[in-house]
Design a protein around this ligand. Structure first.
Ligand code: ADP
Length: 379
């Protein structure tokens, strides 16, 4: 039974069986029609000969009978073939339409897609994918592709909206200062120029972040994977961040990682993720707080941990924190220069290594813990 089901899942088998069925139907029609038409035709031919003075039992009866039989069977066959041909043409037209219909639907849908109607889908029978034939599976993958294109298009539109929104704030501020300067309502002093400079700086950082985001999202960067020592990553992090932590009086506590096996990854990129998480931790932890960095082996991965005693993240924001431009406290972060892109970049970098990244927080004011995994070197 499963063999038959298996065979029926192939479009080729369906076409073959259709032809076979057509041939059998034709044979059946020819057989039945000849059976019905032959006695009658034979009777007429024999009668015709008798009428012409033929002797049924005379010496000429043999050839006459044979002649009658041949003429009668010719006539019956022509009739049967005519009927069978008509039925076959009718059936073929119907069957080819049946077989071509799904392909026509896919063609129509792909043309709709080509002109930007991304919501277009092909109707597919409700059977699971494994039970569909090749055309059913083609329709299913077409629908999947259309859904992905629709999502990409929605993201693209959203991105344009987000970017315009992000650019508007600093641009409005710069314009305001310059207009104020031109009208003489804003004093032309160092403070004003510094404000303008700060806004221009924010614009520059936003553009740089966007460029980086587009690079990591499009996969337009090469990971230079090699065996990396976690302890070395931690050393580099400490070197880069120690002064900033000291300046803000936040304790940076980096745990021992010397006995961990090597991980496989791009040292700079993993360093970038650690730096990003550490900068965030520092940014959202008030003076007197602490940030702890650790790593431990979890199966065939090393799990990194960055735990801070800072502002924490309310539960309702946790699922969105890795989304582009997402900030918990929009006004505060913007004032401090965060574009809400850093974690999106970190997520892409971790995932391109085959790891994952997530965050835990007990809620506002109770600190946050970011974790991410990177695979070990395989032996
Ligand atoms: P930003 O450049 O704004 O820091 P990120 O993508 O790095 O952008 O972070 C997104 C948002 O996640 C931040 O605006 C902040 O609200 C929240 N966030 C990130 N890290 C922390 C942290 N350690 N503690 C509290 N909130 C955090």
């Amino acid at each position: 039974m499963s063999l038959i089901n298996n065979l029926l899942r192939h479009f080729g088998t369906k076409v073959f069986l259709t032809y076979l069925a057509l041939i059998l139907v034709m044979l059946l029609i020819v057989g039945v029609a000849m059976r019905l038409a032959l006695p009658d035709a034979l009777g007429r031919h024999m009668q015709g000969m008798g009428g012409m003075g033929g002797q049924a039992n005379g010496p000429g009866a043999g050839p006459d009978l044979a002649l009658s039989l041949r003429s009668a069977s010719n006539e019956a066959f022509l009739l049967a073939a005519g009927v069978a041909l008509l039925v076959a043409v009718g059936l073929s037209v119907w069957l080819s339409r049946e077989l071509a219909a799904p392909l026509q639907r896919i063609t129509a849908a792909s043309q709709a897609l080509a002109v930007g109607r991304y919501e277009e889908r092909v109707e597919v029978s409700g059977a699971p994918e494994a039970e569909q034939d090749e055309i059913g599976r083609l329709a299913l993958s077409f629908n999947q592709m259309a859904a992905e294109l629709e999502q990409t298009e929605a993201l693209r539109r959203q991105l344009i909206g987000d970017v315009s929104h992000e650019l508007r704030t600093p641009l409005t501020a710069i314009k305001g200062y310059v207009e104020g300067l031109m009208d003489g309502v804003v004093p032309a002093n160092a403070d004003t120029y510094q404000q303008i400079h700060r806004e221009a700086d924010r614009l520059q950082r936003l553009v740089a972040d966007l460029q980086e985001l587009s690079r990591v999202q499009s996969g337009g960067f090469v990971l230079e994977k090699k065996p990396v020592l976690v302890a070395e990553l931690f050393q580099a992090l400490s070197k880069r961040m120690a002064k900033q932590f000291e300046d803000k009086a936040v304790r940076l506590e980096i745990r021992e990682a010397g006995d961990l096996p090597m991980i496989s990854g791009d040292e700079d990129r993993i360093g970038q993720v650690l730096l990003n998480l550490a900068s965030n931790a520092l940014q959202y932890t008030p003076p007197g707080g602490r940030v702890m960095v650790a790593a431990r082996q979890q199966g065939s991965f090393v799990e990194f941990e960055m735990a801070d005693s800072g502002s924490g993240i309310p539960a309702e924001h946790l699922p969105h924190i890795f989304n582009r431009f997402y900030r918990v406290d929009k006004s505060r972060s913007r004032a401090e220069g965060g574009s809400g892109i850093g974690l999106t970049i970190a997520k892409h970098l971790v995932e391109s290594h085959g790891g994952r990244i997530w965050v835990e927080s007990q809620g506002a004011g109770r600190g946050s813990t970011f974790r991410f995994t990177i695979p070990l070197v395989r032996h």
